[in-house]
Unconditional design. Structure first.
Length: 147
């Protein structure tokens, strides 16, 4: 027996074949989008973890350096107050300025605060105080810090 197809059946089969070809043609694009989304999500999570660890370690390094400066400055100011050594008045005022900068140093990361500039300012004032006092106040861990 010969199969007779009506015009409607032929149109339905053609539509189905067209859908299949269209689906095949778009499958690459769909797979690319799906792969991009999966990769983006995974990369975002891994980048967030890596960024957290980097920030944590850099923060600890900055904290150690600022803590060192604060300890040295407070010690020198106590020595000056007790008059154990003759500390020039200009050096005392610079030491007080360093202590003020340290006390106002941000304890959290805000977008409107330039932490690098604040650190550089503290370092510069501390070096100035050390130069006035003719002492070597180099931070012992300085060689281990890299930015």
């Amino acid at each position: 027996m010969e199969a007779k197809h009506t015009e409607k059946e032929i149109d339905d089969e053609a539509a189905d074949i067209n859908d299949v070809f269209h689906s095949i043609a778009l499958s690459e694009e769909r797979l690319l989008k799906q792969g991009f989304q999966e990769g983006f999500m995974k990369g975002s999570l891994e980048g967030e973890v890596e960024g957290f660890h980097l920030g944590y370690h850099r923060g600890a390094e900055i904290g150690a350096e600022i803590g060192y400066y604060k300890g040295v400055v407070e010690t020198l100011l106590v020595i000056s107050d007790k008059r154990e050594h003759d500390v020039p008045g200009k050096a005392v005022s610079v030491l007080q300025k360093v202590l003020e900068l340290i006390n106002h140093f941000p304890t959290s990361n805000a977008e409107d605060v330039d932490i690098t500039a604040a650190c550089d300012n503290i370092r510069a004032k501390f070096k100035k105080a050390c130069a006035l006092l003719k002492i070597d106040g180099t931070f012992p861990e300085l060689s281990k810090i890299s930015f």
